[in-house]
Design a protein around this ligand. Structure first.
Ligand code: PMP
Length: 286
């Protein structure tokens, strides 16, 4: 069965799905995106992801390409046409196709691309069992990372540096030595007292949808949360560390810059959050 992707109103074989060379996403990274997890046939937290898409679009004064309701239908179609039960759905909106000019085009429709792919749940389950390693890198992104734009070159380079160091994620660190977030995830620690700590999302990081749902999961499990900055040295001395994102949920971190966290094995708090996540998250059938 060929993969099917949605491009500007059409469902096409993935290998033939194209956008124009003057799409502003391609030329200026003038676009935004979302990634939703698909688990057991459900699209997870779609409302939160589309709310954030709406915010990203309005921050950039970009129009919805189609109505929100129509986009929900397209997401469902792409997931079901590709028979994705476990995996992800990716959607990207750009300011559209126009002759190259820095200024916003006046009569251009936003472009919309939606793709989906299967991921074997065992891959993440195995990763969670082993835990991942992270490195730290100086923050070098613009200060509007609260908008989920496709301008991800610093993230690409940071994650490539992580890979070169034998790690799976890079944490951006601000000039005060505090952890901001990962290249494609939010960053968390668990203190010796069992308190969850993550940086406030009002400035300088992306407000992860998984992060928000994990707040609810933590409340349900009776865990205390503090939204405050934490330093790299506090993280290295923490009882546990982990990352969160739609594709990884809560994923244990077992080493930061090659220094092991606690005994170097995934912690029990992150594993309990991971376990309870799906019960709490919104599930919409595709
Ligand atoms: N921060 C960054 C920079 C990201 O790219 C992501 C993943 N989209 C996240 C945080 C986590 O967000 P979410 O939980 O919505 O996937």
């Amino acid at each position: 069965m060929p993969r099917i992707s949605y491009v500007n109103g059409r469902y096409e074989p993935h290998s033939d799905a194209m956008v124009h060379i003057e799409d502003r996403g391609y030329q200026f990274a003038d676009g935004v995106y979302e990634v939703c997890e698909v688990a057991r046939g459900f699209v997870v937290d779609m409302t939160g992801h589309l709310d954030r898409l709406d915010r990203s679009l309005s921050e950039l004064r970009m129009a919805w390409p189609i109505s929100r309701r129509a986009l929900e239908v397209v997401i469902g179609e792409v997931v079901s046409r590709n028979r994705v039960r476990n995996g992800l759905v990716y959607l990207q909106v750009t300011r559209g196709v126009a002759p190259r000019d820095f200024l916003f085009p006046t009569a251009t429709r936003s472009s919309l691309v939606v793709t989906a792919r299967k991921i074997d749940p065992a891959v993440n389950a195995n990763k969670a069992e082993a835990g991942i390693k992270v490195i730290t890198v100086p923050e070098n992104r613009w200060d509007r990372v609260d908008i989920k734009t496709v301008g991800l070159l610093p993230n690409v380079l940071a994650k490539e540096a992580a890979k070169a160091a034998g790690a799976q994620e890079a944490w951006f660190v601000d000039t005060d030595g505090n952890v901001k977030e990962g290249g494609s995830s939010n960053a968390w620690i668990v203190t010796k007292e069992g308190v969850l700590v993550t940086r406030p999302a009002d400035h300088g990081i992306l407000r992860g949808i998984t992060r928000t749902t994990l707040f609810e999961v933590a409340r349900k499990l009776g865990l205390k949360i503090e939204e405050r900055p934490f330093s790299v040295s506090e993280a290295k001395a923490a009882r546990e560390a982990f990352i969160s994102s739609a594709t990884t949920i809560a994923m244990p971190v077992v080493a930061i810059d090659a220094s092991p966290i606690a005994n170097g094995h995934p912690g029990s708090v992150v594993l309990s959050l991971r376990q309870a996540f799906f019960d709490v998250a919104e599930k919409r059938s595709a």
